[in-house]
Design a protein around this ligand. Structure first.
Ligand code: PLP
Length: 469
């Protein structure tokens, strides 16, 4: 980044945070030279850049002043800086609270394990155990099993994304892939960009690494607000974005190809990296598979993270990152932490994937999830009070429910958990400075009597507690 761009960015920050008010006079060019230590030409270029962006204006012989630009002001309000994040203890307490087998898991992040059960995979595992003579005592070292990486690379190639096995690093699930990628690309104090509402693992990673988080709101229609994105990346020195664009957790939307294309262009123009969390990529209902951002990535700016957790089971702990040129760095970090993934399960997955059992399994899984989600949607839309909205998107297994603004979903969660029913309150997905009136429901469980009773109780709690808060 040029010095003038750097100066322009930091002055922009003063304007957008309100430290410099509309129509306030900026330091003169000479004063700014003294304050910043930059040359006159650098300061002039920075002021001109801010003027070109409509953030300041000049008056002949009087100098520069902060502009009053309603559009900029409105967008600035939407882009939020989260300097200190504290979510780990909350997530820990929440996950502990829903862990017991007696809790009805409407708040779980994982699909019903019965849907993920694949007899063919179990058969493969059993055969491996029986016939492998003296199975490997050595850990599989990074980047992981070559054959498995080859099969994963083939799956990318089939989606029109040229991939070599050396681009792929096998990780201990998708979360490990996200954490390793973020660690490889940032240092404490760096700015990253997250969607305002996002899987709590992303917030946890940011907290662990001491990162400053800029958030942009969801677009009510398109999922991603590309104008807010532009505003954020031109206002802050963002190094990396971590985003979900397919079957977003918790809301559920999938961003259109047109917006993904726009996003890729902006990433390229501003040389910003994207860590794409795509662990629900296989759970689409329509014939057409949504594209990942990797598809649009000509400059190798996208690190695509995924796993088998949502399709075969989170217990296997197998995920991967399409790391490209970051492969070496990520492997170094792995050698200092998780090393790699159980070699036994990697071998079984090689066998399972190469016999195309996975495709058949995925087809059945998608059909069942679609049926279940429709049932839950119908039930909740019919029985929830009129001032609640159930958001339906054709993928995954979550429904995102918006309660009236005055409702507090954490109180509903507290009361439900006393009755051994888990739901996911919105405090897990966005920060406290927003109204907490959303709930995420996992609808991958057959709608039997127990589930219907649980949903009915939730509806009562919403009426009794949520709307009284
Ligand atoms: C959006 C999202 N990303 C990543 C993960 C982590 O996946 P894994 O179990 O493969 O680590 C989850 C798990 O719930 C998730 O919902």
């Amino acid at each position: 980044m040029y010095k003038s761009e750097q100066l322009a960015l930091s002055l922009k920050h003063l304007i957008e945070t309100g430290a410099w008010k509309a129509h306030e006079k900026l330091p003169s060019l000479r004063q700014q030279v003294e304050i910043s230590g930059f040359s006159l030409i650098t300061v002039m270029n920075a002021y001109q850049e801010l003027e070109a962006q409509g953030l300041i204006y000049s008056k002949e012989k009087l100098g520069y002043f902060v502009a009053e630009n309603p559009l900029q002001a409105a967008l600035a309000k939407k882009v939020i800086v989260n300097e200190k994040i504290e979510i780990n203890s909350l997530v820990f307490r929440y996950l502990k609270s829903i862990q017991s087998e007696k809790i009805i898991p409407l708040g779980s992040a994982f699909p019903d394990s019965q849907l993920l059960y694949s007899p063919k995979l179990m058969q493969t595992l059993a055969q491996q155990a029986k016939y492998r003579v003296g199975y490997e005592q050595m850990p599989s070292l990074p980047p992981g099993n070559y054959e498995l990486r080859k099969l994963i690379a083939q799956r990318y190639c089939m989606q029109g994304i040229p991939t070599d096995p050396s681009d792929i690093v096998i990780t201990s699930g998708g979360l490990d892939a996200l954490n390793l990628s973020l660690r490889a690309m940032t240092q404490a104090g760096d700015y990253i960009l997250l969607q305002e509402t996002i899987f709590y693992g992303a917030w946890q990673a940011a907290e662990n690494l001491g990162l400053k988080v800029i958030t942009i709101p969801e677009h009510p229609e398109h999922g991603l607000d590309i104008e807010a994105f532009k505003k954020a990346i031109t206002s802050y020195p963002i190094k990396v974005c971590l985003m979900m664009l397919n079957s977003h957790n918790p809301i559920g939307f999938t961003v259109s190809d047109e917006i993904k294309f726009e996003l890729a262009k902006l990433l390229h123009q501003h040389e910003i990296y994207l860590i794409e969390d795509d662990v629900y990529e296989e759970l689409y209902y329509d014939q057409k598979r949504p594209l990942s951002m990797k598809y649009y990535d000509q400059q190798n700016l996208v690190l695509h993270c995924s796993s088998f957790s949502k399709t075969l089971g989170a217990g296997f702990r197998v995920g991967w990152v399409y790391a490209g040129k970051f492969s070496e760095h990520i492997q170094h970090l792995q050698l200092m932490s998780t090393i790699s993934v159980n070699s036994f399960i990697q071998n079984a997955l090689v066998d399972y994937l190469s016999h195309r059992h996975y495709e058949k399994h995925l087809k059945g899984l998608r059909t069942t999830l679609k049926r279940l989600k429709n049932q839950y949607y119908q039930y909740l839309s019919k029985n929830l009070p009129e001032n609640c909205t159930v958001h339906y998107y054709p993928s995954g297994y979550f429904l995102w429910v918006t309660l009236p603004e005055e409702a507090d979903s954490s109180r509903i969660y507290e009361s439900m958990i006393q009755n051994n029913i888990g739901i996911a309150p919105s405090i897990l997905f966005y920060r406290e400075n927003k109204k907490q009136n959303h709930i995420r429901i996992n609808c991958s469980f057959e709608m039997n009597e127990t589930i219907i009773q649980a949903l009915d109780l939730m509806i009562v709690q919403i009426l009794e507690i949520g709307l009284r808060s």
